[in-house]
Design a protein around this ligand. Structure first.
Ligand code: GDP
Ligand code: MG
Length: 177
């Protein structure tokens, strides 16, 4: 494509999905700007952030889309999913009902996007140790059954946040390069 020397050949659209308040916006804020908002209020309207990453010495741009609160109305638009090659499907390890929604989110993802979309199941808020309702084994088992990558994260204390995004981007890169 002629851009190879400048290393600008890769732009991957990645979507964040999952129930309201599981920490999608804070995972993105932590990853893209190293910020965390203890009492974040969702805003209306779709938005994304672009983060440049180094994969195997190549410059890869991850364009990460946040629902910005649409999911509260059970209507994430098809435009949100259009062209996505990766997805982080997030639940909250301290609220089992958000884990029970994972199947529904997977159906929606597959209805609106390519079956090959690289998907990682993310159990967020591992810092809430005493409030945990979903075990690591439960998350891992579901991920294996559905053929998803799996990681547990905390947007609050940063653990595994970069690793979760990195996994998705690396897997997409290896699938297309
Ligand atoms: P979203 O609706 O999925 O985008 O969720 P938000 O990112 O807006 O987060 C919802 C609430 O959970 C906010 O009050 C955040 O501060 C909080 N939150 C997000 N991630 C974490 C986390 O890893 N640990 C803890 N303890 N709280 C979190
Ligand atoms: Mg949000």
């Amino acid at each position: 494509s002629g851009n190879e020397e400048q290393g600008q050949d890769y732009l991957f659209k990645i979507v964040l999905i999952g129930d309201s308040a599981v920490g999608k916006s804070n995972l993105l804020a932590r990853f893209a700007r190293n910020q965390f908002f203890p009492n974040s209020k969702s805003t209306i309207g779709v938005e994304f952030q672009t983060k440049t990453m180094d994969i195997d010495g190549k410059e890869v741009k991850a364009q990460i889309w946040d629902t910005a609160g649409q999911e509260r109305f059970k209507a994430v638009t098809s435009a949100y999913y259009r062209g996505a090659v990766g997805a982080l499907l997030v639940y909250d390890v301290s609220r089992h009902q958000t884990f029970d929604s994972v199947g529904r989110w997977l159906q929606e993802l597959h209805m609106h996007s390519d079956m090959n979309v690289v998907t990682i199941l993310v159990g967020n808020k591992t810092d809430l140790k005493d409030a945990r309702e979903v075990s690591t084994a439960e998350g891992k088992t579901l991920a294996e059954a559905q053929g998803l990558f799996f990681m547990e994260t905390s947007a609050l204390d940063s653990s595994n946040v970069a690793a979760a995004f990195q996994t998705v981007v690396e897997e997409i890169y290896h699938a297309v390069s």
